[in-house]
Ligand binder design. Structure first.
Ligand SMILES: Cc1cn([C@H]2C[C@H](O)[C@@H](COP(=O)(O)OP(=O)(O)OP(=O)(O)O)O2)c(=O)[nH]c1=O
Length: 198
């Protein structure tokens, strides 16, 4: 039985949340030449839940390949992906500030879903979980959206906001998993890791 897991994620939120669970982990980050962006391209008409699960699987495949290539000691590998969705529309990480403002305009005054898939593989065993939450944004004025985008917080975040940051001021209601919205659902992750003996 392994003493630690590999966290294959560049997200500081995921690292922080895994630390909160008290699980010993090492980062398994991509090489400079690895193309991680293209893994996150949605297929045409792909439903959000199918999308987030598929991307998580691709991240995990890439991470396992990396582990082999580097000849690192074996241990379970954990990957995750978060996406925001309204109906079938998928909101990933904004390309730039303009894109962030567009997303926030569309999310303002409405309820959307935040889906986070987690997958762990150890040996040949692969287990997956999906966290599905709902977040309601109060109406935001154009000036509020501009000011929020200027903080830089939306960049690198699905749906162009951070529940754990200043966007909290605009969130009137949440149902589901706060940690899942932030990027790693603690309950589901703990359950998966328990199945690997943690
Ligand atoms: C909705 C929301 C997302 N996010 C973040 C979590 C994820 O880091 C990011 C979604 O992008 P992801 O593609 O899920 O993850 P990532 O590219 O940051 O990291 P990696 O693929 O290496 O694991 O959005 C928040 O921090 N707060 C929020 O409220």
């Amino acid at each position: 039985m392994s003493e630690f897991i590999y966290l294959a994620s560049q997200s500081p939120r995921r690292r922080q949340l895994l630390e909160q669970l008290g699980v010993k982990h090492e980062l398994l980050l991509p090489d400079a030449h690895e193309d991680t962006e293209s893994l996150e391209e949605p297929l045409r008409n792909e439903a959000p839940a199918a999308y987030v699960k598929r991307v998580t699987g691709l991240k995990l495949d890439a991470a396992l390949e990396r582990l082999q290539r580097r000849g690192l000691p074996p241990a379970p590998v954990l990957c995750s992906d978060t996406t925001v969705a309204r109906g079938r529309k998928i909101y990933g990480k904004p390309a730039d500030e303009k894109d962030a403002a567009r997303m926030l305009r569309e999310l303002s005054g409405a309820t959307h879903r935040v889906l986070t898939a987690v997958a762990v593989q150890g040996g040949r065993k692969r287990l997956e979980a999906l966290s599905d939450s709902r977040v309601t944004f109060a109406p935001m004025t154009p000036a509020q959206i501009r000011a929020y985008v200027t903080t830089g917080e939306p960049m690198g975040k699905a749906g162009a906001y951070a529940v754990q940051g200043r966007a909290a001021a605009f969130i009137s209601h949440i149902s589901g998993s706060y940690s899942g919205i932030m990027g790693l659902p603690m309950h589901e992750t703990a359950q998966l890791l328990r199945a690997f003996g943690f």
